[in-house]
Design a protein around this ligand. Structure first.
Ligand code: SAH
Length: 339
């Protein structure tokens, strides 16, 4: 049985033609799927016979809200979604002036092993399917009753470690017969899988690439991010430059400030040298305390000085506003609690 939401639009057409159905069936069904239809039987503009044929070989995946928290501070909503096999993932809905953004998960768990991150603690269970990636957007949108206009892939998991499914999802969520979310309204965050960054650049999808840098040199980065032993900073920066050149898109670098680890002024200068001349933006984030980890966030004054030094050196940089701090909105914390 296949999940109809796992098929790209371009795969739905041959799928129906093989069933002896007209090509336009693809568009009808695709529209239903993205409007959140729960079952083949709910597609009421298809004949009974067609629905019966379809139900024999396919199903429509759903997910359910297991827990939901709304921040009293800023209205941020955190969902713990349960997948049909009982696994749980997290998604977060945030309100900005420019529209509603959802942060989605890309895997159940993660195998990247970053030392400060809650999502990776239990390792990787499995990849999310294209349908499960999409369902986070569909079901959150239905729950809030308003259009979601932006997506960030910054939840649980490493999107480039689930490459094929993520690309399918991006094609579908962007499709005009579906949710029609522009690629420029989608950000994909990676810990730095260099080979996949080159591959992504060739897909010709103008999504914003966000790179989790978090350290200005290999010694520190390898200590907090094991992926750096496979893809050191010089290779990562080369891939980022190539991405910018191919896509002409600005990259953003995420830099979580950890007290006493990566937040000195010398390290700000080292970071400035690293990104010098690149079309990029540096996002500073005081690291979120994770119970199991020893890392503490930098003091507010340290964050300000670090940012000021970058600005003085001509680096475009902002400090990320913390949303949903009263509902443990940062990724991986809820799922871990229920595990
Ligand atoms: N695997 C991808 C996307 C998921 S993590 C990536 O690594 O980019 C999303 C972002 O949250 C990454 O920048 C990640 O490094 C950061 N992050 C993880 N744990 C954090 C914590 N405790 N405090 C602040 N940022 C954290």
């Amino acid at each position: 049985m296949i999940d109809l939401k796992d098929l790209e639009y371009t795969e739905l057409e041959p799928f129906f033609m093989e069933m002896g159905e007209p090509r336009f069936r693809a568009k009808q069904v695709f529209e239903w799927l993205h409007r959140g239809v729960r079952s083949v039987d709910g597609m009421t503009n298809l004949s009974k016979a067609t629905r019966a044929k379809l139900a024999e070989k396919s199903f429509i995946s759903t997910l359910s809200i297991r827990e939901k928290y709304i921040s009293k501070l800023d209205g941020t909503i955190k969902y713990l979604f349960e997948l049909q096999d009982g696994n749980c993932i997290e998604s977060v809905v945030m309100r900005y002036k420019h529209g509603i953004t959802i942060c989605i998960s890309s895997q159940v768990g993660c195998r990247m092993g970053c030392g400060f991150c809650a999502s990776t603690i239990g390792g990787l269970y499995r990849n999310l399917t294209p349908g499960e990636l999409l369902n986070q957007v569909i079901f959150a949108q239905e729950d809030i009753g308003e259009r979601i206009s932006n997506i960030v892939m910054m939840g649980i998991g490493e999107p480039l470690d689930n490459y094929g499914n993520v690309i399918k999802f991006l094609h579908n969520v962007n499709h005009s017969a579906g949710l029609n979310i522009g690629y420029r309204h989608i950000s994909l965050s990676t810990c730095g899988l260099v080979d996949k960054i080159y591959e992504l650049a060739r897909e010709n999808l103008p999504v914003t690439l966000s790179v989790s840098l978090h350290a200005p040199n290999d010694a520190i980065r390898s200590q907090i991010m094991p992926v750096n032993r496979r893809f050191p900073i010089a290779e990562l920066m080369r891939a980022c430059r190539a991405y910018i050149e191919t896509t002409t898109r600005r990259i953003s670098f995420e830099y979580a400030l950890i007290a006493g680890v990566n937040d000195s002024l010398e390290q700000a200068e080292e970071l400035a040298r690293l990104v010098k001349g690149m079309l990029c933006h540096v996002n500073l984030i005081p690291v979120n305390k994770v119970e199991e980890r020893q890392y503490e966030k930098s003091k507010a004054q340290t964050v300000r000085s670090f940012q000021q030094r970058l600005l003085d050196l001509g680096v475009n940089t902002t400090v990320r506003r913390e949303l949903g701090s009263d509902i443990s909105a940062s990724c991986g914390q809820l799922r871990k609690k229920v595990l």
